[in-house]
Design a protein around this ligand. Structure first.
Ligand code: SF4
Length: 277
C-alpha cells in the first residue's frame, strides 16, 4: 500500500501545482478566516463561497465583531446561501470564540455549535499544521474511486499517516479539494484527462445521497419565511401564511422548528419576528 499511496499523493500534488485555484485565504492561517470560510463553503461551490467570505471577513474581521452584531444583520448578509440555521450557529460560535479564543478551544473545536469532524480537521490542518485529512464528501469520493474501497472513512483512518508522510497536510487537503471539483467530480468525472487514470480502480459504487427535492420542500419555505421577515419585519402569522401561500399545518411545523433553532420568535399575539437575542 505504501507504493500506491505514494504514487497517488505525488501525482495529485504535481497536478495541484499546475492547476491550483487562487483564493485570498489559500495561504491564510488565521483561525477566524479559516473557520468562516469552512462554514460558508459547506454545500456551496468554492467560487460562490469566496464572494460571501470576502463580505463576512470585511464586516467581521474578528470574532468579537460578529459576537456583538445581531442575528438579523448576519441573516441579511447570509441571504442566498440557504440553510439559515448554519448562520445562527456561526453567530453562536462567534460568541464562544470571542470569549475563549481558538487557542483556548484547541484541539476540541467540536464544542462550537455546528462544527463537526470536517471543520475541526480543517482548523487543525490549515491553522495548526497537524497531520490530518479533511474528510469531506469530495475527499471520500476520490479515495473510494481511486483505491476501490467501499468505506473510505475507514481507509483514511488506517492510511492517513502514509498519505501524509513527509507532506504538509494543508497542501494535500487543498489539492484533494480542487481535484474533486475539477477532475474527479461527483458526476461526469474527467477520467480521460485524469493524471491518475492508469492506476485508478474506478470504483463507482459508493452510494451518494440524493439531494432533497428543493422546490416545494420545507427547506424552501423556511428560506422564504426568513427572507420575508428580514424585508418586512414583524408580521402576523395569518399575513405570513398568505405571503407564503402554504397551508397552516405545514407553516406551524416550520415555525416550531425555526423557534427550536433560535431563528425566530413568536409572541402571544401571534406576531412573528427574527430572534434578536
Ligand atoms: S480516473 Fe476517474 S475516477 Fe479515477 S481518480 Fe481520475 S477522475 Fe477519479
Amino acid at each position: 500500500m505504501e507504493v500506491k499511496t505514494k504514487n497517488f499523493k505525488n501525482v495529485l500534488l504535481k497536478w495541484y501545482k499546475r492547476n491550483k485555484r487562487e483564493y485570498s485565504w489559500r495561504n491564510d492561517s488565521d483561525p477566524w478566516s479559516i473557520y468562516l470560510l469552512e462554514v460558508i463553503s459547506q454545500q456551496t461551490q468554492l467560487s460562490r463561497a469566496d464572494k460571501y467570505y470576502k463580505k463576512f471577513i470585511k464586516e467581521f474581521p474578528a470574532p468579537k465583531d460578529m459576537a456583538t452584531s445581531s442575528l438579523k444583520k448576519i441573516l441579511e448578509m447570509w441571504s442566498g446561501l440557504g440553510y439559515n440555521s448554519r448562520a445562527k450557529r456561526m453567530f453562536e460560535s462567534s460568541k464562544i470564540i470571542a470569549e475563549k479564543s481558538f487557542d483556548g478551544l484547541y484541539p476540541d473545536f467540536q464544542q462550537l455549535p455546528g462544527v463537526g469532524p470536517y471543520t475541526e480537521n480543517a482548523l487543525l490542518s490549515f491553522v495548526y499544521n497537524e497531520k490530518v485529512i479533511t474528510e469531506d464528501i469530495n475527499v471520500k469520493r476520490i479515495i473510494s474511486r481511486y483505491f476501490g474501497v467501499k468505506n473510505p472513512k475507514k481507509f483514511i483512518e488506517r492510511f492517513s499517516s502514509l498519505l501524509l508522510k513527509n507532506t504538509e497536510s494543508r497542501k494535500l487537503n487543498q489539492a484533494l479539494m480542487d481535484f474533486g471539483s475539477i477532475i474527479c467530480r461527483p458526476r461526469n468525472p474527467l477520467c480521460l484527462n485524469c493524471p491518475l487514470e492508469n492506476s485508478c480502480k474506478k470504483y463507482f459504487n459508493l452510494e451518494t445521497k440524493s439531494q432533497e427535492k428543493f422546490f416545494g420542500s420545507n427547506r424552501e419555505v423556511r428560506g422564504k419565511l426568513i427572507k420575508i421577515l428580514l424585508k418586512k419585519g414583524r408580521l402576523n402569522i395569518n399575513t405570513l401564511q398568505q405571503e407564503l401561500n402554504t397551508d397552516q399545518e405545514k407553516l406551524d411545523k416550520i415555525i416550531k422548528n425555526l423557534q427550536k433553532d433560535g431563528l425566530v420568535k413568536l409572541n402571544k399575539n401571534n406576531l412573528i419576528d427574527i430572534n434578536s437575542s
